[in-house]
Write a protein that binds this ligand. Structure first.
Ligand code: NAD
Length: 392
């Protein structure tokens, strides 16, 4: 079949296998150009390994550090007539590259919140890695089924306290307009914390430790976003921000629990980028388009792979203590939060309208990154080719 993008709101329901493979290939090419790091982790578990920041973490671990890995993802498999989800193809490409480099990359496809997948992951670590030196927690999910009670919690992207009216950019209609978001109820905030907070990270770390699969000196990271005034009402100080604050609590408790192993849990703060998770967040498309424009002009723009390279290659495993903020978090988001960047973004934000947004903001760059998440718009890929969607 000839595979074309089918966009429904903030998601594309098709994915191009060759384009996804090209995405992974380009990320690998980037890490292979970096200075070698000798003391990177050699056995890695990545939860949420197939797209965005988790995929980049597995690429850096496998192809720059030479690590063997187990990954967990939640992706749709292809059929003869339907494409897989992008993460499925990304993961096939990663596994092939790992194999070509003589590295093990074993992946489980299922719900990371479930007990079943935790049990299977522990068994896979025992079988293929023995133990792990690094656990990356990079899940971005809209819901979670509590493994004990069976109750389903849905996360919400809503402000806390009062309603917020903010400009946004609708990528479908290409309009800049205002949206009003009603505040989350206490119950919705708690549900969001249940899904995106630290509870599941702790469950994972508890069970991995009890199973004896955490190595001496193990590190674990969970990813977060903080942002500044423009995005605080819908992210940092909103329902999702409450969930992310809970990661700081969890990091402290996990670190205590790992102290016998000389291990450490840290929250790592990353920049705003187009991923499947962030394109679902109201206001983010306009903010990210403006941010891209300003950071590209100022020469400080980065994608997932550059961010994760700096996090792992230049902070966590650089052979020196990482630079931490006062909460003990590793910060690779500071270029985004720089006053020169934020003041420029804010000035453009006030001026942006439907008529001028394509000049003021990097809407084209945003759209291209969005399509590229699903394997479209990559140079060198033949999009007219008749393909079997089960192969990359
Ligand atoms: P993403 O949507 O690209 O990736 C999510 C990953 O989680 C995928 O591999 C997916 O398969 C997996 N996943 C989702 N639900 C799952 C489940 N139930 N079981 C198993 N796997 C599941 O998201 P992303 O943007 O890379 O986000 C990863 C983390 O980084 C999140 O914690 C997010 O908050 C954080 N972060 C994102 C940004 C950003 O701008 N995108 C910025 C800073 C921090």
């Amino acid at each position: 079949m000839i595979i074309q993008p089918k966009v429904r709101g903030f998601i594309c329901t098709t994915a191009h296998p060759k384009g996804c493979a090209e995405n992974v290939r380009q990320q690998i090419a980037y890490v292979q150009q970096q200075q070698p790091v000798s003391n990177g982790p050699k056995r890695v578990l990545v939860l949420g390994c197939s797209t965005g920041y988790g995929l980049a973490s597995r690429i850096v671990s496998t192809l720059a550090f030479g690590a063997d890995s187990v990954g967990v993802m939640f992706e749709k498999e292809p059929t003869e007539r339907k494409t897989a989800s992008a993460g499925f193809y990304n993961n096939m490409a990663l596994e092939q590259a790992a194999q070509a480099a003589g590295r093990k990359a074993v992946t489980l496809n299922g719900d990371a919140f479930s007990q079943e997948i935790k049990d299977q992951t522990i068994a896979a670590i025992k079988e293929h890695l023995g133990q792990v030196d690094l656990v990356v927690y990079s899940l971005a999910a809209p819901r979670r089924k509590d493994p004990v009670t069976g109750e389903i919690y849905n996360s919400v992207l809503k402000p806390v306290g009062e309603a917020v009216t903010r400009k946004t950019y609708n990528t479908d209609s290409k309009q800049v307009h205002e949206v009003t978001l009603e505040p989350a109820s206490e119950e919705e905030i708690q549900a969001t914390v249940k899904v995106m907070g630290g509870e599941d990270w702790q469950l994972w770390m508890d069970q991995l430790q009890q199973a004896g699969v955490l190595a001496q000196g193990v590190q674990t990271l969970a990813y977060t976003y903080i942002g500044k005034e423009i995005t605080w009402p819908i992210y940092g100080k909103a329902s999702i921000g409450k969930a992310k604050e809970d990661l700081d609590r969890a990091a402290g408790e996990i670190s205590q629990q790992l102290s016998g192993l000389g291990g450490q849990a840290r929250v790592a703060v990353l920049k705003a980028l187009v991923t499947q998770a962030s394109s679902a967040i109201p206001v983010m498309p306009l903010y990210i388009s403006l941010l891209y424009k300003v950071m590209k002009e100022q020469g400080s723009h980065e994608g997932c792979i550059e961010q994760i390279w700096r996090l792992l290659g230049e902070e966590l495993y650089a052979g020196r203590a990482p630079t931490l903020d006062e909460q003990g978090r590793v910060r690779v988001d500071l270029w985004e939060l720089d006053d020169k960047v934020q003041s420029e973004v804010e000035a453009l934000w006030h001026q942006a309208t439907t008529d001028n947004v394509s000049q003021l903001a990097d809407v084209a760059g945003y759209q291209q990154d969005f399509f590229r998440l699903f394997g479209f718009d990559w140079p060198g890929v033949d999009y007219q080719a008749d393909l079997d969607p089960r192969e990359i």
